[in-house]
Every structure is written in structure tokens, then in C-alpha cells.
Design a protein around this ligand. Structure first.
Ligand code: ATR
Length: 283
């Protein structure tokens, strides 16, 4: 692996790469972290043309950017592009954090899983140990969070998907998780869960995955990886369907950013004030 020292000495220009990306809160999150830690940096949102992601990244690096977050739809392309991968990025087969650690090395990392777990455990006081966890969706978002969820020792973890074959494929790609299963959304009717995570893209089209009634255990937490200024349609449905709490992915967004910040600067910023500022909309 390349020496991080060289990376940290260089001028700090960063970006989030996506399409669309103008709505991204990452610039204000990283700027807030930098103010807290007394670090000088620039961080901008850059929309790249999907057809030229790799060339776009190489041009930005040539222009002096030393690190980038990657969001929809480029996380898998970033995984392919990286010369070196952390273990967690390798497992996720997706990269949300790029570090240009030397002239010819691009290092790829994935901080989404740790971001979710920190939001659940520290911010929401939810421990997955001895619980029943349901993850809805079997795309890239699920891939990014599945290993840390397995590692958090739930009694059972189920991936349910509209297309069940994709849920089975995803499960098979991970190291034989104990008490893990994959199924179709409709096959959930006999189970209840303490944590239900929406990792589908359904919110983007204003839809709720077609789930049976009665999937929430008493005190269940519904968690949507998506976030919006108003409660998402999934969270509204979940409260109607019996969830005790319903939380969007804003906390995860800030926590994954904090982990990327650590990767780049070796400083751990405080996340609570940033989450609170974003929640209040006073940014
Ligand atoms: P991402 O990388 O954001 O996870 P993706 O790989 O395209 O995006 O995966 C999207 C996920 O959302 C899939 O699990 C998809 O279900 P299918 O595999 O059946 O396509 C799920 N999804 C999207 N729209 C949905 C909807 N309206 N209801 C249920 N699931 C939906």
C-alpha cells in the first residue's frame, strides 16, 4: 500500500462525483468537518457524464483533486477503476471513497456500511445483536451495508427482493452468514423484524415496495437509506404499518462522510452537530 504521508502533505481539493449531484449535501458536511478540525480544503459537487466516468476522474486528478466521494450511479464504476481496494470495498464491490495516493495509484474504499452501523448504534441507540433484521432490496446499496450487518450479530438476517433470484445471488456472494436467508417480498408474511431497512430504489419513483402487513415486531425500527426534507414515502408507510420508529438515511450520510474524512485527513470530526444542523435546515 502507498504511504499516506505523501497524500496528506498535498493540497486538499476534494469532490463528490455523481449524476445528478447538485442536490448533494456532501460539500457542506465536509466543509463543516474541516472547520471543526481546523483543516483547509475545498470540496465541490461535480456531475460527470456516465459515459466518461473514468476519463472524468483522471482529468480531475490531473487538475489537483486528491480525493473524491462517489455516489449514484458511479459506485460500481469506481470499484472497477480503483488500483487498490480496502477489504470492505472489495466485499461490497462498490466504492464511495477514492484517494489519489500517488501519481499512478487510485485507492478505493467503502464507508457506507460503517456509516449505517454508527448511525444505528451511536445516534439511534439500536444494537442489532439478537435481533431479526430485514433488508429490502438486493442492489448495490444492500451490497454496501450487508457485511457490517452480518458482523453485528443479529439472530437472523433476511434479504427480500422483488426479483428473488437477485437476493439469492447477493447472499451467495457473502461468506456463509449464519442464520441468513433470501426471499421474495411476498414470502415475508410469516415473520416479524426488529429492524427493517429499505435499500431499494423505490423511493426515487415515489413507490413503496409491496410488503405484507405485520412485518414489524413491537418496538421495531424502520430505516430508509434514502433521505429527504420530508419523511420518505417508505417511512410514512412504515409508521402506518406498525413500526415504532422511522428514520431516514441522513445520519448515515453524515457518518459515512465522517469515515471518508478520517480516511483522508486522519481526523475524526463530531457528527452530532452536523446532523442536527442539517435536520434543522439551517445551513
Ligand atoms: P442501488 O445500487 O441503488 O441499490 P440497483 O442496483 O438498481 O440500485 O438496485 C435497486 C434495488 O431496488 C433492487 O433491489 C430493485 O429490485 P429488483 O431487483 O426487483 O429490480 C429495487 N427496487 C426498485 N424499485 C422497486 C420497487 N418499486 N419495488 C420494490 N423494489 C424496487
Amino acid at each position: 500500500m502507498t504511504d499516506l504521508f505523501d497524500f496528506q502533505q498535498r493540497r486538499r481539493n476534494f469532490a463528490v462525483l455523481g449524476n445528478p449531484v447538485a442536490h448533494s449535501k456532501s460539500p457542506q458536511i465536509h466543509e463543516a468537518f474541516a472547520r471543526q478540525c481546523g483543516i483547509s480544503l475545498s470540496y465541490e459537487a461535480i456531475a460527470l457524464d456516465p459515459g466518461i466516468f473514468e476519463q472524468g476522474v483522471r482529468n480531475l486528478r490531473a487538475g489537483g483533486i486528491v480525493g473524491a466521494n462517489v455516489t449514484v450511479p458511479f459506485k460500481q464504476a469506481a470499484w472497477h477503476l480503483a488500483d487498490e481496494l480496502t477489504d470492505r470495498a472489495q466485499v461490497a464491490q462498490a466504492v464511495n471513497t477514492l484517494s489519489f495516493v500517488a501519481d499512478d495509484i487510485i485507492r478505493g474504499d467503502n464507508t457506507d456500511g460503517v456509516g449505517l452501523m454508527r448511525d444505528l448504534q451511536r445516534n439511534l441507540g439500536f444494537s442489532c445483536a439478537q435481533t431479526r433484521v430485514l433488508v429490502i432490496g438486493a442492489g448495490g446499496a444492500t451490497r454496501g451495508i450487508f457485511q457490517p450487518l452480518i458482523d453485528s450479530d443479529p439472530d437472523e438476517i433476511v434479504i427480500a427482493n422483488r426479483t428473488p433470484s437477485k437476493a439469492h445471488e447477493l447472499l451467495a456472494a457473502f461468506d456463509s452468514p449464519r442464520r441468513a436467508a433470501a426471499c421474495h417480498l411476498e414470502d415475508l408474511s410469516v415473520s416479524t423484524f426488529d429492524l427493517v431497512i429499505n435499500a431499494t430504489a423505490a423511493s426515487l419513483t415515489g413507490e413503496v415496495p409491496k410488503l405484507p402487513d405485520g412485518i414489524f415486531a413491537p418496538d421495531a425500527l424502520a430505516y430508509d437509506l434514502a433521505y429527504a426534507d420530508q419523511p420518505t414515502i417508505f417511512l410514512r408507510w412504515a409508521l402506518d404499518a406498525g413500526a415504532a420508529r422511522a428514520v431516514d438515511g441522513l445520519g448515515m450520510l453524515v457518518e459515512q462522510a465522517a469515515e471518508s474524512f478520517w480516511v483522508w485527513h486522519q481526523h475524526r470530526p463530531q457528527t452530532a452537530p452536523v446532523i442536527s444542523t442539517l435536520r434543522s435546515g439551517s445551513h
